[in-house]
Design a protein around this ligand. Structure first.
Ligand SMILES: Cc1cc2nc3c(=O)[nH]c(=O)nc-3n(C[C@H](O)[C@H](O)[C@H](O)COP(=O)(O)OP(=O)(O)OC[C@H]3O[C@@H](n4cnc5c(N)ncnc54)[C@H](O)[C@@H]3O)c2cc1C
Length: 455
């Protein structure tokens, strides 16, 4: 089978890129389950400067403030200025947001557009409907074929080979490599590894955002910041407050993480919240009551396949968009609700580039490029999740990271895990979401990105 473009992944980034390729023959490759994408679970909404009082420069400044000096400023300018453009495209196609944006942590103005707490699910349903005319393979991709450094096709799990010299990876992140995670179990970075094994450079893998308030239930449910804004308290067993519930995500995560290690369980007390506005929390309250046991959980992968502002990777014929990519917009920490919009903006720009060959071959600058030797073999995800929770969590140190390296097996996503740990070990400072107990301050010797090559 031959296609002009193969898009791997059917979350917001892949489907939006597919919708914006007009003249080429597109195949979308992804397993059928919608719930296997992070997009399905997104609650809060989409950040875009659309309101009359807002403007893209304010959005740009808020994004930089949170990113602690590591943002690629050019990528942030692109993100914040294209955000209203792609949002208007969505709206013109018929997607309906609530009429007013809401305020989220780190934004100086209400800027987050939503559909209740089901923004991701509604968006995905809309995009699946709009892309219904395109060819699909309901299957996983397992390998990219290259010839003389250029992409020539994709191998699927069902044994098929799809010939194509243009491939867009839109396979999502790797936060489900941790046992405590807000992501579906399939978000283990397999697509990132596929890209890396084809020669694509990775970067910023040490930066993973932890969400402070994820329920200790099965399945875990993310308890949105808006609940804390509406009066939910972070308390211990006796009901005593453990932390200011309105602290930024990374600070609150560290307090809850430490408290649980030293003293005992932590709960989100939602007894004072008007729960009617929060359907997910309401359902949880019916099951476990008003004091919900919580812990921080791995939530968003900032690192991924390094791209330029058109989604181009270091391999000819390969683009990466959305959470599997690293455009540099988030720097060392992600501003709330900046990821769905990243998928829309860079999905759109990758589509333009694939179709019109706009971008030059990208050149990337790194602090250092670390090499990881790949191996054949299966990776035991269960034990990887234990290792990541034990040693590569909200708070890290050299001893724990070295212990993680000793325990990680070889082959499959173990190679990606090794890359994450090596990057965390290399960055001997605390910046954004990467906190090292043995190096608790920012150190400007590390003001740059760590690249990874998997050989
Ligand atoms: C609980 C939760 C709440 C969130 N809330 C928000 C929010 O309010 N606002 C916000 O901006 N962001 C939010 N996020 C983050 C946001 O949802 C994600 O960053 C975004 O949806 C990623 O989109 P994506 O298209 O890149 O990847 P995904 O939506 O994860 O899609 C990946 C796709 O790739 C497929 N795939 C994976 N591997 C393969 C393979 N090997 N072969 C073929 N297909 C493959 C998957 O099946 C899926 O179809 C939230 C995330 C979670 C988990």
């Amino acid at each position: 089978m031959k296609y002009d473009v193969v898009i791997i992944g059917a979350g917001i980034s892949g489907l939006w890129a597919a919708l914006n390729i007009k003249k080429l023959r597109v195949l979308i490759v992804a397993p059928k389950s919608e719930e296997a994408s992070n997009t399905y679970w997104a609650q809060g909404g989409i950040a875009a400067a659309m309101d009359v009082q807002d403007n893209p420069i304010m959005h740009y400044e808020d994004t930089l403030k949170v990113g602690r000096g590591l943002n690629d400023k050019r990528a942030v300018i692109v993100l914040t200025h294209y955000a209203p453009v792609v949002m208007n495209m969505l709206i013109r196609m018929g997607f309906k947001f609530n009429p007013y944006p809401h305020l989220e942590a780190g934004h100086t103005i209400p800027r987050v557009w939503n559909v209740g707490d089901e923004t991701g699910k509604k968006l995905l349903e809309f995009l699946i409907d709009k892309t219904g005319y395109l060819d699909r393979e309901f299957c996983k991709a397992v390998k990219l074929e290259t010839y003389k450094g250029k992409v020539v096709g994709v191998w699927l799990e069902n044994g098929k080979f799809i010939e194509s010299d243009k491939v867009i990876l839109a396979t999502g992140g790797y936060a489900a490599l941790w046992k405590r995670t807000s992501n579906p179990p399939s978000s283990i970075g397999e697509g990132i590894l596929i890209g890396a094994k084809a020669g694509a450079l990775l970067s910023d893998l040490e930066f993973v955002q932890f969400h402070p308030t994820v329920s200790l239930t099965e399945p875990p449910i993310l308890l949105t910041e808006a609940l804390r804004g509406a009066g939910a308290k972070v308390v211990d067993e006796s009901g005593r407050e453990v932390a200011n519930p309105l602290l930024p995500r990374d600070e609150l995560s560290r307090i809850i993480y430490n408290y649980r290690k030293k003293y005992g369980e932590v709960f989100l007390d939602i007894s004072k919240v008007d729960i009617q506005k929060f359907p997910m929390a309401r359902k949880l309250k019916e099951r476990v009551g008003e004091k919900i046991p919580i812990s921080p959980a791995a939530h968003y992968s900032i690192g991924g396949i390094k791209t330029n502002v058109w989604g181009r990777t270091s391999v000819e014929g390969l683009w990466a968009v959305g959470e599997c990519s690293n455009t540099g917009v988030h720097g060392a920490n992600r501003l709330a609700s900046n990821s769905l919009i990243e998928g829309l903006v860079f999905g759109y720009r990758a589509a333009l580039d694939v179709e019109n060959d706009i971008s030059e071959k990208p050149e990337f600058r790194f602090l250092n490029i670390l090499e990881v030797e790949s191996a054949e073999g299966e990776c035991d995800i269960g034990s990887i999740r234990d290792i990541m929770d034990d040693h590569v969590s909200v708070i890290r140190d050299e001893e724990g990271l070295k212990e993680a390296l000793r325990r990680i097996g070889r082959g499959g996503v173990c190679d990606l895990v090794k890359a994450i740990v090596l990057a965390a070990l290399y960055r001997k400072e605390s910046r954004g979401v990467h906190y090292r107990a043995d190096h608790p301050f920012e150190n400007d010797e590390y003001l740059g990105n760590i690249g990874i090559r998997i050989v």
